[in-house]
Design a protein around this ligand. Structure first.
Ligand code: ZN
Length: 450
């Protein structure tokens, strides 16, 4: 996909346009999680539709007011993305709430161009270019408009537009500026994994990886880890990060944004950072051989490296590290552990105990709760999310294996609770529902590690 992106960029755009970076940002950013915190904004889909219906499409400022309303959706707890999707019927407004995409309303097709153009103005993009993807921040607007109402300065929003055959599509990604969870113990990990993470971030050297697909909360965990390190006053540690992009500023961390195709890419950035006397290095994501080898070599020379890595399971991560060219000796001496996770929605207090065995959906659990829905959860039955994570501290025998299944088998013999086991624990504890586990992990436990 990235190759196609580069080719597209070459044919469509000036060299200066960072399509690659744009696409990377678009596809690899992790989403934030939220737990059962009180909602800061009470805008419901119904209220949104009512306010939208109250606007007069003949008014000159219709597009402006629609955009204000849409951006207000971004302040709702748990919303990570807003989509404006051109369809034959009009411009469809969608949001991703707690990881689930839902349609909210459709705007008149003839005004779609004005709405997208208004957003582009706010993000400082070229309104007359509707034929190329563009990206910009809505942050400046957020601060200026905070007093006026629609967006407070507690979120940063980024706009990415993309031409489609039916017109321009707009995606607004929402990032919380001040995390509600700056510490690891607030993320909802099982106690043993939380304890391992806390021990690891205070260790002096090694590579710790957070794995999972896009949107599995990897970045949130890495930020919490950095927060944990910088919150410990003694000893003071030199912490640097290399990110794409920097999602949130963290005091006490020298955060560098990479610029693929520009002056600082992942591999060259890592080389620069290693000359900055770092003790802890956070690499947003290890994507290729150069970056992976540098990260593991840094660990060998006494640095703690925290990074995310794209893999469906901890066992798969080990195989993939080998595939991209990380030598066995680097893994054996550098890798301290892998946490691999997915996010599931957390049941609201309104959940009810399952009485019909069929509602366990074939999960091997003794008890479970299921979603009902109330005002507090907007009728969804869920509020916030929590990670279902497996932790693999690999030994020499596992690292010598080249097959995911063999590593899984060894890990199981050593007592690793895999995703299926962790999911069952979360269901039995009433934290999430059988239906949610099935939605996220599929219907076959054997394949739950993707
Ligand atoms: Zn509820």
């Amino acid at each position: 996909m990235r190759k196609i992106g580069s080719r597209l960029a070459k044919s469509m755009l000036s060299p200066a346009f960072e399509y690659r970076a744009w696409l990377t940002r678009f596809t690899t950013l992790s989403r934030f999680m939220s737990t059962n915190t009180p909602t800061t904004a009470r805008l419901t889909p119904e209220a949104f539709r009512a306010e939208l219906a109250a606007l007069d499409v003949r008014e000159d400022n219709y597009a402006t007011r629609v955009v204000d309303l849409v951006l207000a959706l971004g302040r709702v707890d748990g919303v990570s993305d807003l989509h404006l999707l051109p369809t034959h019927a009009g411009l469809e407004v969608r949001w991703r709430l707690d990881g689930v995409l839902a349609s909210l309303a459709s705007l008149p097709a003839e005004l779609a161009g004005n709405v997208i153009a208004r957003l582009k103005v706010l993000a400082g993009l070229l309104t007359y270019r509707t034929d190329v993807p563009q990206e910009g921040r809505l942050h400046g607007y957020a601060s200026a408009a905070a007093a006026a109402g629609p967006i407070a300065s507690d979120v940063d929003m980024r706009l990415a537009t993309c031409p489609t055959v039916l017109g321009e599509k707009a995606l607004i990604r929402v990032f919380p500026l001040m995390s509600r969870h700056t510490r690891l113990d607030g993320l909802g990990y099982p106690a043993d994994i939380a304890a391992w993470l806390e021990r690891t971030v205070h260790s002096s050297a090694g590579v710790a990886l957070i794995c999972g697909p896009a949107g599995s909360g990897k970045t949130t965990t890495l930020y919490a880890a950095l927060g944990e390190i910088t919150a410990s006053a003694t000893p003071l540690r030199s912490v640097v990060s290399l990110e794409d992009p920097v999602e949130r500023p963290i005091d006490g961390v020298a955060q560098t944004e990479i610029d693929e195709g520009g002056a600082i890419d992942m591999a060259s950035g890592l080389k620069y950072l290693l000359r900055q006397d770092p003790e802890v290095i956070m690499v947003g994501e290890i994507r290729d051989r150069d970056c992976a080898r540098l990260a593991f070599q840094a660990a060998l020379t006494g640095h703690l490296v925290l990074s995310s890595f794209h893999a469906g399971s901890a066992a798969e991560a080990i195989v993939r590290l080998g595939d991209i060219g990380v030598d066995g000796y680097l893994l054996r001496s550098g890798l301290v552990g892998i946490v691999c996770q997915r996010l599931v929605r957390r049941l609201c207090e309104c959940a009810e105990t399952v009485t019909d065995g069929g509602d366990l959906l074939g999960l091997d659990v003794s008890t479970a709760r299921q979603a009902t829905g109330c005002g507090a959860c907007r009728g969804t039955g869920y509020r916030g999310r929590l990670p279902i994570a497996e932790l693999l501290v690999a030994d020499v025998a596992m690292l010598a294996e080249r097959e995911t299944a063999a590593i899984r088998r060894l890990a199981g013999q050593r007592g690793m609770a895999d995703h299926a086991a962790r999911a069952r624990q979360a269901v039995e504890a009433g934290l999430t529902s059988p239906a949610e586990v099935r939605r996220v992990f599929g219907f076959d436990d054997r394949q739950s590690d993707g």
